[in-house]
Design a protein around this ligand. Structure first.
Ligand SMILES: [Cu+2]
Length: 183
């Protein structure tokens, strides 16, 4: 009688515990924890969207800050776009120390090169798919900027005619240039 009672008790205990994930052997399987306040991992580099297109070059800057660094006072903002266009916030500036913010709004790699030339911005001779920089005077340039990356370039420019270009292969020819005058 006592043995029967024990058997019944064990059965009852097992019947109660097993559905809770507790085996008769006493091991306890953790149910999946509810994830509270989980945030997607901070992602760096190209986000969702169109993948790398033609002309993508490996390398470039890696990490992208979650929020852009403060815009330096008087900075000239140059938006670099995957449409292979380049938008400049000003067409001219007084001679002296200037700050250009190259802001890659796209997903593919771009750069900004500031070159001094009397040629129209779109008339620099092209060699091997790039503007021939031996035909102009390079004043400053950014690193290759990965998608969403930003770089501020400080450069002292004398008065004259300049061109702002992205010289990633094929980008210049496709329209990534703008005239800029320093007065
Ligand atoms: Cu470009």
């Amino acid at each position: 009688m006592k043995e029967l009672l024990t058997a019944v008790l064990v059965s009852v205990v097992v019947a109660v515990l097993v559905p809770l994930g507790i085996s008769a052997a006493g091991t306890y399987e953790l149910p999946p924890l509810p994830v509270v306040g989980a945030k997607p991992a901070t992602s760096f580099g190209p986000g969702p969207g169109p993948g790398p297109g033609p002309g993508t070059v490996s390398g470039g800057t890696a990490a992208t800050p979650a929020s852009p660094p403060p815009l330096p006072a008087g900075a000239i903002v140059v938006d670099l776009l995957d449409t292979l266009k380049l938008n400049v916030s000003a067409a001219s500036a007084p001679a002296g120390l200037l700050v250009f913010r190259a802001d890659n709004k796209g997903a593919i790699i771009h750069e900004l090169a500031i070159v001094k030339t009397d040629l129209a911005s779109g008339s620099i001779p092209v060699a091997a798919g790039k503007a021939d920089e031996s035909k102009v005077q390079l004043a400053a340039r950014t690193k290759n900027l990965a998608g969403k990356a930003i770089e501020d370039v400080k450069v002292t420019l004398q008065a004259g005619k300049y061109a702002l270009i992205c010289n990633i292969p094929a980008h210049y020819q496709s329209g990534m240039h703008a005239a800029f005058t320093v007065q």
